[in-house]
Design a protein around this ligand. Structure first.
Ligand code: ZN
Length: 408
């Protein structure tokens, strides 16, 4: 499906600042910082939305984290190939459509468009391939058939399940023990108690048609894809067998990322992602911000209330992507103050060294995308009244746009 418009990302190399440093990111599977420095092309897959409600601050923070990673990679001189899915047919979407009396296709299209508008306003670099599950049914069927050939898929009634034990490394993405897996699986869409399953954690890869629900005619019978295999099949098709980073919110680590990695690995025999990178959860009024709890702070509402998207972006970047944090309504005023101070500072006729600023911003972001530190670097530059460098204000505006995605 159509992606969204590409923001202007200036090149610091073209400004004479050379290439940025290599990035390190925190890999959940090894619980360690890892260098992410592909030779030429960096391949990124980030799990997309289920389009039944608008973008909240938790979503926005997640996509911003991977936007920073793309900016660091690009600044390093790498070509980035990025795929993101839209889970445009799934239980929560169909339930919402039923409950509100809106056609599920219409609901998905409307909310996907709102997400595109939000991402555009936030200056998030779009994926090269933005793919709906509905568009990827052939890819899913193909992967399920490969897994069937490998003996990793079995039938329960007319549904098809993936046997998690066919992957000897199952469990290595999340590092969860059996008890933790058993606790989390049913909370995040799993069906451990279904009779006929070989193992409670086995996951659905193909769901046969249910009365009143959409279904497609395929070689697997009439039905629709399971959630995890949607992502593994798209990543493999658009990015290749082994990718650099699989990203998403930390609530996707299990079962979603564990399952999609296992499915891909059983099919290819290769490790699915070099690093599994997870963004923290954003809370509001003492609880995780989520659709099911109904405590959402919506990006589109802040925009409609006249808040500058760049101030919203700064409010989000003030928190490290890996930390869990709570949104307070006062966060936005922090972002607005900072934006005003930075805009004023780049309007000066001279400032402290632009080269040092570029180096310090690059260093902060290359170190596990440390945006709060980068913001502090720019704050210090903006409040320093030295006039040693006449080109510094222009350099600062370019660097902040290139690396932090904030247009001053
Ligand atoms: Zn996914």
């Amino acid at each position: 499906m159509r992606s969204w418009s590409v923001p202007d990302v200036p090149s610091l190399a073209e400004q004479g600042f050379g290439k940025g440093p290599r990035a390190t990111v925190f890999d959940s599977s090894s619980q360690s910082l890892q260098a992410s420095d592909p030779a030429v092309q960096a391949r990124l897959y980030v799990c997309g939305i289920t389009p039944y409600d608008a973008t909240h601050m938790g979503h926005a923070a997640t996509y911003l984290a991977f936007d920073l990673l793309q900016r660091v990679w690009r600044d390093r001189g790498l070509d980035v190939l990025y795929t993101q899915n839209v889970t445009d047919v799934d239980d929560p979407l169909l339930e919402r459509a039923n409950a509100t009396g809106i056609d599920w296709v219409e609901l998905a299209e409307r909310e996907t468009q709102l997400f595109r508008d939000d991402m555009t306003a936030l200056q998030v670099i779009p994926p090269d391939h933005y793919i709906g599950a509905v568009e990827a049914i052939d890819l899913v069927v193909d992967l399920v058939q490969r897994l069937e050939e490998a003996g990793a898929v079995y039938k329960v009634d007319d549904d098809l399940y993936f046997d998690v034990h066919s992957d000897p490394t199952f469990g290595s993405v999340s590092g969860f023990d059996a008890e933790k897996m058993a606790e989390v699986f049913p909370e995040r869409g799993g069906d451990p108690d279904r009779p006929g399953k070989r193992h409670p954690l086995d996951c659905l890869v193909w769901q046969a048609e249910r009365p009143g629900e959409p279904a497609w005619d395929t070689q697997l019978g009439r039905g629709r894809p399971g959630w995890h295999i949607e992502c593994s099949s798209m990543a493999m098709h658009y990015l290749g067998n082994s990718i650099d980073v699989q990203g998403g919110g930390s609530d996707l680590i299990f079962p979603h990322h564990e399952m999609s990695a296992s499915e891909a690995q059983v099919a290819t025999g290769e490790r699915f992602a070099k690093a599994y990178v997870h963004a923290g959860m954003v809370g509001f009024e003492g609880e995780k911000m989520s659709k099911s709890k109904g405590n959402l702070v919506l990006f589109s509402k802040l925009r409609a209330a006249g808040r500058d998207p760049m101030a919203i972006r700064l409010s989000l970047l003030a928190h490290h992507y890996r930390s869990d944090w709570e949104w307070f309504d006062t966060d936005i005023s922090g972002g607005e103050k900072r934006l005003a101070a930075w805009r004023e500072a780049v309007g000066r006729t001279a400032g402290p060294s632009g080269e040092k600023l570029v180096n310090d911003l690059r260093e902060a972001l290359a170190d596990d995308l440390d945006a709060p530190r980068a913001l502090e670097v720019m704050d210090n530059w903006a409040t320093d009244d030295s006039t040693e460098d006449e080109s510094a204000p222009e350099t600062a505006a370019i660097a902040v746009n290139a690396l932090l995605g904030v247009k001053l």
